[in-house]
Design a protein around this ligand. Sequence first.
Ligand code: AHR
Length: 307
Amino acid sequence: AGCGGKDDAGSGKDDGKLVLGFSQVGAESGWRTANTNSIQTAAADAGIELKFSDAQGKQEKQIEAIRSFITQKVDVIAFSPVVTSGWDSVLKDAKDAGIPVILTDRAVDSQDKSLYKTFLGSDFVKEGTEAGNWLVKQNEGKTTPVNVVELQGTVGAAPAIDRQKGFAEAIKANPNITVVKSQSGNFTRAEGKTVMEGILQSTPKIDVLYAHNDDMGLGAIEAIEAAGKKPGKDITIITVDAVKDGMTALADGKINFIVECSPLLGPQLMDLAKKVHAGETVEPRILTEETTFTQEQAKAALPDRKY
Ligand code: AHR
């Protein structure tokens, strides 16, 4: 380890490696798997010792992992918070222990910004806005009602809150577009499917499905097909992420539009970990670069898609 000095087990020698404790949300989606791979690969490439902990979607487990990192005196702690609230106490403990914290991918709602050094990740509100803007554009000049079903991410998670917000704001531009149903599918394919099955039965007219991630959209596609409808034709589908399975469905015409959310945060995270450990000042907010994909763009991008 660095300045603090962490010994090799029993050897009494310091191997000089920076030790990063990382608490991951879980393995709920293709995006998350790609994110975990990016972090693990980047740590190895940067010569950083990574203590990786999977919270299985539970905030209690994340808090437990962070406390354990503090006890182990890691050099830097990074985590992707399952939900936005309830972090002040454990973050204060990390601060009191002199361990810098980096928020990765998702934000917390703590008022005290000194509890963490920086937040690296996407602008989720913008992602929702992009999704809504595309739909508004598709319906330009039309006066027929457009019924939208929204599959939300995990309740209380930053991407679920923000993607709903951005989308709701954007569709205000066309009063004919209405969200007729909004329900959480917890960012998973399985829940996306079961929730959509229920919605298909209870909602007579569905024109559009807006899913907060590809996986829920892909689960919903199974439900739509099982109900005898054509995804991408009978129901227009918009999702967020642009992982390979989502991009394949987009290229195949089953999804109509995807807003990209990049999971490849590993290299930037390692760079930031080194900087905060060295006591350097870093930008408090570092935004990920992202784009959007139509069906044609997905066809062109797929051969080089890494995840
Ligand atoms: O926080 C990022 C979101 O979490 C991704 O969009 C989603 O797929 C994941 O589970």
